[in-house]
Design a protein around this ligand. Structure first.
Ligand code: 5GP
Length: 205
């Protein structure tokens, strides 16, 4: 049995709060790209803590990537089996961004809830870089787009996905590093009271 860790909304909130000063000190994002569905809630919470007095809120764009598909014959409905490929279910809203050109020259923070095999993050970075390069060529700009990553949890395991060195060297932040366990996030809970009770029970052990 894979061990499960139950994380509460309160804990997620505090992980984002704790990470925000480091993100502001090291990167100062101008745009966040939340990988859905797990990146949505952390990105929204983070936005409150990244807000600077006198400056507007940092815009959040959403992309939907899916790697894990539930096994029909799985005996444990909460744990999903690893897929082998990433499926794009949603991409950037080009009209809202004023075409992709608006990514050119920006500091962009990619937000997800968990870095497991790293396949999803590798795919997201590669595809976004490709789009930026295309836009840069189109408008003839020399400006560089910088990407950084924030995740709530990074699983300490051998990764399948590879990230560019400039991200891993200082532009990658995981609020917590954990073992290869299954993390149950509150937004997935069918019974949030039971979820919180399981979190409390684990703490009292
Ligand atoms: P990766 O591409 O890094 O293997 O996996 C990323 C995605 O797999 C996450 O965004 C998440 O949807 C799912 N995933 C991987 N590990 C966990 C986990 O421990 N708990 C939950 N809830 N989802 C996970």
């Amino acid at each position: 049995m894979v061990e499960k860790i139950y994380v509460t909304y309160n804990e997620v909130h505090k992980l984002c709060q704790e990470a925000a000063p480091q993100i502001l000190a090291n990167f100062k994002p101008q745009l966040m790209i939340a990988i859905g569905g797990g990146g949505y809630v952390p990105a929204r919470i983070l936005r409150s803590f990244l807000k600077q007095p006198g400056s507007p809120n940092i815009p959040i764009q959403a992309i939907g990537l899916s790697l894990y598909e539930q096994l029909a014959d799985s005996t444990d409905n909460d744990i999903e089996a690893a897929g082998t490929r990433v499926t794009r279910t949603q991409w950037l809203d080009l009209t809202a961004l004023g075409e992709m050109a608006n990514l050119v020259g920006k500091r962009v923070l990619i937000v997800d809830e968990v870095d497991d095999t790293r396949t999803t993050l590798e795919y997201a970075v590669k595809e976004l870089q490709k789009d930026v390069e295309e836009a840069r060529a189109k408008i003839g700009s020399d400006l560089k787009t910088e990407f950084a990553i924030f995740v709530l949890h990074n699983k300490d395991k051998k990764k399948k996905g590879i990230l560019p060195d400039d991200i891993t060297n200082g532009r990658y932040l995981a609020a917590r590093t954990v073992g290869d366990e299954w993390i149950c996030y509150p937004w997935e809970a069918m019974d949030i009271d039971e979820h919180d009770a399981l979190n409390a029970a684990a703490k009292s052990n």
